[in-house]
Design a protein around this ligand. Structure first.
Ligand code: WTA
Length: 685
């Protein structure tokens, strides 16, 4: 479909370019726009007829949010239940430490669970879970409520109190959701650590989060194997203990008083007397009612360490009131939930997407959420489609890395399954190339399902820039800020940029689900997010707008490449490469060049149906073809110095390509902190 794209250089861009490099890193001049994608997808009549929020409503909401911004969010808050209402919608006395719904009392678990027990939702399915071997569990709201209460009683019995930290180191299991909700129900704070992290990654998080309790699992199923997890907890604890001893501190088990272990994979794991307990033992005879702790809206709810494609993980803190309002509103608007929906967000509960849109959001909405334990390609590439068919999934929310990977297997797998229950598709986490967008829309969505590309972050807690189902869609664009969100693209001085000029994405007003701080590091919160553009939040991404005000994310500011004075976002070069039929996945980095200052180098994973390099295809031929292709697509600025063919790219554990690692490898530098790097290919074939 490369021919459908018109590669053109926008006129008049020189007038607005400001290409002063700034060694201070990150913030400097504007970016050039190379990629011009002209396909548009209008909402089908069926989508229009079904939509709860139609285009008039959306326009009205935008006007309302502009005229009475706080009133707009207050209305969103009124859709949920509170123990006591707020004194003020937003306390902004101490920016950037904004306090949403200050004075209010609430608990997100009351909205996610307790209140449903009084309504028709009581006997609806809250959660469907499928294990990798094919075992399944279903819990109604009433059943989930009772399990959560029982585990809340377990935690209280272990002495966990309001404000204490519970670390949850588990894959996607029903008990993961139960442990999260039970922790929050009693006013404690959870920190979920993705089960793909090693004991070292876990130890770092234990040291920073200082939990009293760890909830984990003996082991779990992943790609046909059993992965033992409990031994990693033991390793991490002894590591922390040794480190404490070295500092001259006496801490028996690094402050960990109890470890609760879910029995999942029939592993014979070591259990330390008095400290380690089986989940099923401690749950026995627990009463199925438990009081929900009354929290201040601004009390911390969870700490989630960012996977980050750069630097050291930071503990992002979210709190009850604002988070629940932001997540509830955005889920309902972007995904337009209906009573009959089966909502499948493929993200692991260990990521923010899993927190907001696999657990808290769907449960607050009273819908049915689907969780899957295992590998998306196990036992074969049709696993996802088989699950969509068997459970009748209506909304599928996933990540570009998975879409790219599934594309490699062609259309034969989706074609074997009935995917007609799907009515909406979503994606998040990385820029999606127009090619991947169109493939997903056509082959999974049958050309009938709006594909909602949602931009947000662990830090934002909720979707910030995204279309609604009735929006006009452009492949590769995250469209417009949600009503109530004020986002802009600016130059280094904070001047709003005209269309077709890339610059820094900024959020100009606080929003309800915003992070409160970095755990243990208020100063980092201020300096990392609020110092670049005083008064505005800086997410660290570069973007541009088009003539319709649609936003196109061009990548991370750290990844911007400077080619012969032109600053270019990696997303555009990668999208252009991805539009070549041989390319399955790619990462582009800038490498120093004597003449041009910097040139782009691409790392490419080829499609499965491309004959192996060295046989009929010579690497040099394909390389020059790809370089020519990019030049054709983006114009003469886009010089690729080289293309390297790989069988896989370095990714972090949430599947994002880590350009920082590619760059360090290329330049023979230290690869820095790789604690978030995927140790083995996430997607084994
Ligand atoms: C990137 C995931 C392009 C972006 C919820 C952001 C995206 C970072 C998109 C946050 C998107 C997320 N298009 N890029 N739709 N969504 N990103 O914290 O660079 O894992 O800053 O949160 O992912 O990643 P995080």
């Amino acid at each position: 479909t490369a021919g459908q794209r018109t590669a053109q250089q926008p006129a008049a861009k020189d007038a607005t370019r400001n290409a002063t490099p700034n060694a201070a890193g990150g913030v400097c001049g504007t970016l050039d726009t190379l990629l011009v994608e002209e396909r548009v997808f209008r909402p089908l009549p069926r989508v229009m007829a079904e939509a709860t929020v139609n285009p008039q409503d959306a326009a009205h909401a935008r006007r309302r949010a502009e005229q009475d911004w706080l009133g707009f969010w207050e209305e969103a808050a009124d859709e949920l239940q509170w123990f006591r209402k707020w004194e003020t919608v937003l306390d902004d006395a101490e920016p950037p430490f904004y306090r949403w719904f200050a004075g209010a009392r609430c608990n997100i678990v009351h909205n996610a669970l307790d209140r449903h027990i009084e309504t028709v939702n009581k006997n609806r399915l809250a959660l469907i879970w499928e294990g990798e071997p094919g075992d399944t569990r279903k819990l109604t709201y009433f059943e989930l409520y009772r399990e959560v209460n029982r585990f809340a009683n377990v935690l209280r019995g272990m002495g966990v109190r309001k404000g204490d930290m519970v670390l949850i180191y588990m894959p996607s299991l029903p008990e993961t959701a139960i442990a999260m909700l039970a922790t929050v129900k009693i006013g404690a704070i959870h920190s979920v650590v993705f089960a793909g992290f090693s004991s070292g990654g876990l130890a770092d998080r234990i040291v920073d989060a200082r939990p009293r309790i760890i909830v984990t699992v003996d082991g779990f199923y992943r790609n046909g194997r059993v992965i033992a997890l409990k031994p990693l907890v033991d390793d991490a604890i002894s590591h922390c203990r040794r480190a404490a001893q070295d500092r001259g501190e006496a801490s028996a088990d690094a402050g960990i008083e109890q470890v609760v272990v879910v029995h999942r994979a029939h592993l014979d794991v070591a259990m330390k007397d008095g400290r380690d307990h089986w989940w099923h033992d401690v749950m026995l005879h627990q009463p199925s009612e438990a009081l929900t702790e009354v929290m201040d809206a601004t009390d911390p709810l969870f700490v989630l360490y960012t996977s980050g494609t750069t630097g050291k993980p930071k503990g992002i803190v979210h709190s009850h009131g604002g988070y629940m309002v932001g997540v509830h509103r955005t889920l309902n608007w972007v995904f337009d939930l209906k009573p009959t929906d089966i909502f499948w967000c493929t993200a692991d509960p260990g990521w923010i997407t899993g927190h907001s849109y696999a657990i808290y959001g769907p449960l607050m909405a009273g819908t049915t959420t689907l969780l899957y334990e295992g590998h998306p390609l196990y036992p074969e590439a049709g696993r996802l489609w088989s699950m969509v068919e068997r459970w009748g999934v209506t909304i599928l929310y996933t990540v570009p890395t998975l879409i790219r990977m599934l594309m490699r297997f062609g259309t034969q797998y989706p074609a074997r399954h009935d995917l007609t229950t799907l009515r909406l598709l979503g994606t998040v986490g990385e820029p999606i190339s127009p090619e991947a967008w169109v493939w997903f829309h056509k082959n999974i969505g049958r050309g009938q399902c709006p594909l909602l590309d949602t931009w947000w972050q662990t830090e934002t807690g909720m979707i910030m820039i995204a279309p609604l189902p009735v929006s006009l869609l452009k492949p590769g664009s995250v469209t417009r800020p949600m009503p109530g969100i004020e986002a802009d693209v600016v130059d280094a001085k904070g001047n709003s940029l005209p269309p077709r000029t890339g610059g820094y994405l900024v959020i100009k007003r606080p929003w309800p689900a915003m992070m409160n701080t970095v755990f243990n590091d208020r100063q980092a919160y201020e300096s990392m997010y609020w110092s670049q553009f005083p008064g505005w939040y800086f997410p660290g991404d570069v973007a541009r707008k088009d003539d319709d005000g649609y936003i196109w994310i061009q990548g991370r500011a750290d990844d911007v490449i400077m080619i012969a004075g032109h600053r270019v976002g990696t997303a555009e070069l990668e999208a252009a490469l991805a539009s070549h039929p041989a390319v399955a996945e790619c990462g582009v980095i800038g490498v120093p060049d004597d003449i041009r200052g910097e040139v782009a180098k691409a790392f490419v994973v080829l499609h499965d149906d491309v004959p192996p390099i060295g046989g009929f295809v010579q690497a040099e031929d394909l390389e020059s073809e790809l370089m020519e292709h990019v030049r054709r697509e983006l114009g003469p600025v886009a010089v690729l110095r080289g293309v390297e063919f790989r069988t896989q790219l370095p990714k972090n554990r949430s599947g994002k390509i880590m350009r920082r690692i590619l760059r360090a490898e290329e330049l023979g530098e230290d690869t820095g902190d790789t604690s978030t790097l995927e140790e083995e290919p996430f997607y084994l074939r």
